[in-house]
Every structure is written in C-alpha cells, then in structure tokens.
Design a protein around this ligand. Sequence first.
Ligand code: 5GP
Length: 209
Amino acid sequence: MTTLESPKGILLVVSGAAGTGKGTVNAILMKEHDDFVFSVSATTRAPRPGEVDGREYHFMTKEQFEEQIRLGGVIEYTQYCGNYYGTLKSELRKLDEGKNLILEIEVEGAMNIKRLFPDSVAVFILPPDAVTLRNRLVNRGTNTADDIENRMKRALDEFSLVEHYDYAVVNHDGRAKEAADAIYAIVKSEQHKASRAEGAMNRLFFNQE
Ligand code: 5GP
C-alpha cells in the first residue's frame, strides 16, 4: 500500500448510454480486482432473463420502492422509462470495508451523487463515434427501428453532459479491457490524492489526533 491512509473505498460513479458497453467494462474491473464491488440498485422494472434478485438489482414493487423512499433508505433515485431506479443507503456500507463501490447509474443520479458526495469520482463511458454506437444498438437485435432512434437521441443528449463528469473513457470495439484498465488507473490516482488523507499527516508524524 503506497497511499497515506485508505480506510474507506472510493465511491465510483460510472455512466454510459445504452451501447457504450459500461456493463462489460465494470464486469472486467470487478473480475480483475477484488477491491471493486458493485452497488446493487433497487428497481421496479421486471427482471430480464438471467437476472437474479439481489445480484443485478433488488427488484421491488412500486409500493415497496416508495416505502423505501419514505423510510430514507434510498440515497438517490430517478424514473427512467416508466420505472424507479435508486441507490440504497445500505450499499454504502461496502465503502467502510475498504471496497471501491461502483454505482452504474444514469446522468441525473450521477449528478446527485456528486452533489451529495463531492469526493466521489464520476466516469463517463463513451463509444468511439456515432456510427459505432448505432451499429452496436442495431447488432443487439433486440431493438425496433424506433427504439434505436430513441436510444440514439437519448445517448446524444446525455453526451452533452460529459463535462460535468470528472473523467471520460472511450470504449472501443473489442477493447473493453483497455477501458477497464483506464478506470482502474483513475481510481489508483484518486487514492493518492493528498486531500483524501486529511488528518493522516498529523496522526502519523506529529502525534496529534
Ligand atoms: P437498465 O434497465 O438498462 O438496467 O437500466 C436503465 C438505466 O438506469 C441505466 O442507465 C442504468 O445505469 C440506470 N440505473 C440503474 N440503477 C440506477 C440507480 O440506482 N440510480 C439511477 N439514477 N440510475 C440507475
């Protein structure tokens, strides 16, 4: 460990529109580094085939979600395509275990997290260009022509917000590992930020608590 002190993990927000490959990039990060964990959000959308409750999401009814909001159990939430999505307060405990916590959330949520936790690190994943993005959406095969146009439009709208993020990482076709390595490097540098070691100098060198 070459950092001054790192009792807490980094709160890492990762956003990217459909077709940017953020899920693949985050999966590589977690597979290769056991100090990276995923924040499991709550949602009212139905599980997709292969999704497991408690792994991809905590699947909830609208009533259950609204109850969580009332009880203060949700740090941020948004409505996306007619469903609630939110980050559960309980997920933040993973930070106290020293883990870097990945919040894979959309832009509104990302901006809310930055406001609430200024020392969080927000990374925006981009496709290399518009043609590649469209090809990826078409090649998924699950979207209708209308759907593809909507998603393209939404993605381009979201891209205009990139300047509010701390970092931007391009995910080229077949090179998700490079994007994951870039995010890993970002987090490693952030861990060395002198401002994160508040109090450590006094404790370590001047016998002051
Ligand atoms: P999907 O239905 O494709 O899993 O997710 C739809 C969008 O909701 C994605 O952009 C995803 O990043 C975002 N999302 C997932 N969980 C959360 C959350 O807890 N909060 C916010 N604000 N967005 C989320």
